[in-house]
Write a protein that binds this ligand. Sequence first.
Ligand SMILES: [Zn+2]
Length: 266
Amino acid sequence: MIFTDSHCHLDFDEFSGHLPELLFNCVTSGIHRIIVPSTAPDNWSKVIRLCRQHCSGENQAPRLLACLGIHPWFLSGLTQQHLEQLTTLSQQHSKDIVAIGETGIDKVIAEKEDNLAQQRSFFEYQLQLAKDCHLPVIVHHRRSHHEIIPLLKQNKSPYGGIIHAFSGSYQEAKTYIDLGFKLGIGGTISYDRAVKTINTVKRLPLSAMVLETDAPSMPLAGFQGQSNSPLKLVNVFNCLTQIRQEPAEVIAKEIESNINALFQLP
Ligand SMILES: [Zn+2]
């Protein structure tokens, strides 16, 4: 079986000391592609460079695929000018990027930094940019389905995207699926207490799911306090096979074809 990590911050410092070895271990674990979202203007060029070095999936490394975007955690000090830079860079690198993201709305940060209006406007801008670039969008959420869903409805796109690290009810999941989105299934399902999300994942069609780690964030149950790794994608997959009725091979194959369809990959 082969897998794609649809969300991993491989450019972060946590990985820089041992990246070649980590990438080699990914390949031997069957992880043949990793989608690398960017988070802020600071890391755009690093993400592009890293993914260019590994765009072929040769030299004992997975194929790395870049995204450009601005994460709702990193809006402080950013202006319209940064959004315009993002547009220019996305056009320049249209051959290098597979999505816009990550973007979205985080209600916890919005309350702490009092920046909900800015989060909304940066999110809407990036939804439009994704549409203009004919690309899917990677969406970050935290306590914000009620903020995100209306904006996705107002800015419908034929290119869809991923609701990254999905957690929520079946009804919320269904709403996203009807809007053309896939749900990023990650470490959340390794926690027994995530009853609502696990029950949702049990009922969803396989055609709506992709796998992710969000490494170095979101450690799985049993690994709290440690930095997460893309190698844990296999653990996420094993949790999913426990929840679902279908044979593991069927699940793996369907999820790979979801990735191919969404990112227009062969
Ligand atoms: Zn992320």
